[in-house]
Design a protein around this ligand. Sequence first.
Ligand SMILES: [Ca+2]
Ligand SMILES: [Ca+2]
Length: 132
Amino acid sequence: MAYEPAAMLIATFDSDGDALVTREELEDGLTRTFAAIDRANTGTLGYIAFADWAERYLGDRNALPSPFEVDRDGDHRISPRELQTRFSEYFTRYDRDRDGVLTRAELLTIRPRVFGDDGPLPEDGKKRKRRR
Ligand SMILES: [Ca+2]
Ligand SMILES: [Ca+2]
């Protein structure tokens, strides 16, 4: 069992301590992390600043999501909306029972241990189509 970096970050956004994360808590939490890195208040983060964000909040500069998948319009800047959109997708993927709330169990990734199989790739491990 493991927590993906994005799942770990989402878990920290539980602001009322009930160990559940709502979409509202997710949005508020992301807004706070964005503002903490965007100290100059420019409104967007370049890829270097995004790596700073990832290092601080995901634990590693190369942790997923990558800037390439977050930067939907490809302008090499990460806007708050782009960050919210990417994490909204994570929320949808993790919310297995579709009740709009993430439990710790839903955030946990359980990888079956099968010999010769390194487990299912998370959705984000595969190449994603840029746009549909
Ligand atoms: Ca962008
Ligand atoms: Ca749920």
